[in-house]
Write a protein that binds this ligand. Sequence first.
Ligand code: PMP
Length: 452
Amino acid sequence: MSTSPAASLRAANDVLAPNDLEAWWLPFTANRSFKRRPRMVARAKDMHYYTPDGRAVLDGVAGLWCCNAGHNRDAIVSAIQAQAAELDYSPAFQFGHAGGFALASRLAAMAPGDLDHVFFCNSGSEAVDTALKVALAYWNVSGQGSRTRLIGRERGYHGVGFGGISVGGIVTNRKHFGTLLAGVDHLPHTYSREHQAFSTGEPEWGAHLADDLERIVTLHDASTVAAVIVEPMAGSTGVLPPPKGYLQRLRQICDRHGILLIFDEVISGFGRLGHAFAAERYGVTPDIITFAKAVNSGTVPMGGILVSSRIHDAFMKGPEQTIELFHGYTYSGHPLACAAALATLDLYRDEDLFARTRRLEPAFGAAMMSLRGLPNVLDIRTLGLVGAIDLASRPDAAGARAFEAMDRAFQEHGLMIRITGETLAVTPPLIISEDQIGELVDKLGRVIRAVA
Ligand code: PMP
């Protein structure tokens, strides 16, 4: 007798024995404590996850900064189902399908400037490696192959590929993995508690930190520098909004020296900061944008880069039967991911979710700031529908208090939040209501008091 997919899913949730937790080595997880006290979800709908025993958990982080349209939206589910029934897979090496072209055109139309061409991959990490490789190859095909140096930033997170951890600036993500890419420099990060504490929006202090790029370029000579990569708002290292004028200054210095500017918009893309891309919010057009996550509201793995016509066209020379770029993935432009993305972009448009985020931003910021003064709260930062709270660490173990807050929020208060070090991050789906913002902040407050 065959069982329905829904029935076997339910069965998997029901029969999990304690030792069934051993085989899956969870990523970026304290596995031993997780397996003593697992945080399990079984279903999701709109603003909520549901545990296997049916408890509702308010999703305060859009999954992992990705489910911007909320969970299990009917239109996206139907689009994925219909696509799976029609064309399950198609290679993108020398073949194409309508959904991929439709999505690329749609993304190009949403992007600023002449970022009119899309190269698809399957994650943010792959998008970053693709962007770095395209930047290096661009200089090669343009006759300036000496431009090989890449510049990232301290406290930058650009995924976990070797390129991404090399330009990234997180010690724990780098120190166990050998010598990384050669020829990489880092700008200073842009956070200062002394000058920026409790700021909503872009802090006033810090634009001058972009000038360090000038120093690095002088040290190495512009003719050796290929590209600079930054997150417009550093997300995973604790939500660090860009100081006012900082990104504009980076753009000016890159222009002065002919250096490519890459914005890693894996988090800031698709409405998180109230616009399709942060580039639009800041009026700064980079040469390449990386995206992933919310492109299809986290439903099917997908990432990609948007590149300027200047970069794209530089590759479109030579004999027509020549492959222009020796790079790509088996699942580049996967039909299911494309169908999910097209349905997601429709939802963002039809529900006006980016403009809605701009309208909610002040109320969200004020609600988060109401937690100022609670025990151990060192700083609160908000931007768009993103917020972060730094908690003082315990003398015995850095991050332990934040870890406990994340665990208690889930187990006792029905709230999913994210921790990075000593920071609690909240990045709810963009469909959150004002009442749910109140509920989220109320739960956060109770958790912070409980771990005091
Ligand atoms: N870049 C940025 C800015 C990110 O925030 C992330 C993921 N949080 C990545 C890249 C990597 O994305 P993925 O986990 O999909 O590889």
